[in-house]
Design a protein around this ligand. Sequence first.
Ligand code: PGA
Length: 222
Amino acid sequence: MKSYLIAGNWKSNKTRSEAKDWLREFKIQQSTRINTDSSTVILCAPYTLLCFLNDEIRKRSFSLMLGAQDVSPYDNGAYTGAVNAKQIKEFAEWVIIGHSERRKFFGESDTVLFQKVEQAKVAGLRIIYCVSDEHTAIPDVDVVAYEPVWAIGTGKADTPENANTVIAAIKRKTQIQTVIYGGSVKLDNAASYLFQPDIDGVLLGGASLDAHAFAALLELIH
Ligand code: PGA
């Protein structure tokens, strides 16, 4: 059976009490349904929630892993406002690097992103590296997410067939084995991506904010 990776990216959303509500609802929905042999489920939350979520996941045995949405390109030191990879590793296993919103709104270049990848690797974080097409520079990472910029948060997803073609090209180019699709994936179209031969999972933005929708989507790979 194919092994899937499903990641939710909360972006700059949710306070602690909202995260608590999300977990409560998720717990009711998913109970024991996630098959962790056949899937990896990662929740990428704001830094401010990682400690709280880590505690809750451990206490209540959720089948969820945690990720950050960004990491400092530097080690610890005098870098005001930055959160470094070692700090993230205390609470999370994963980190997203190179999301198109980081590239667009924070001006992150390939050079900075490659520095982040190095920092994350040294700290032992696993990396989901986002690219908008197969021509983007891709470092050696655990997972690549193909996310066309025009599909993110727009409701206009790439077709499953084209996403599969791009993902197959990324796999040929990089030898990276796990490549997922992101960009306007919702409960009603997720299965069409997961059934493509080269697509190993999905990265969800908006659809991950609602625990009900997120849990329902996980049932597709149950
Ligand atoms: P979206 O976001 O699912 O809301 O389109 C995807 C992403 O930004 O990773």
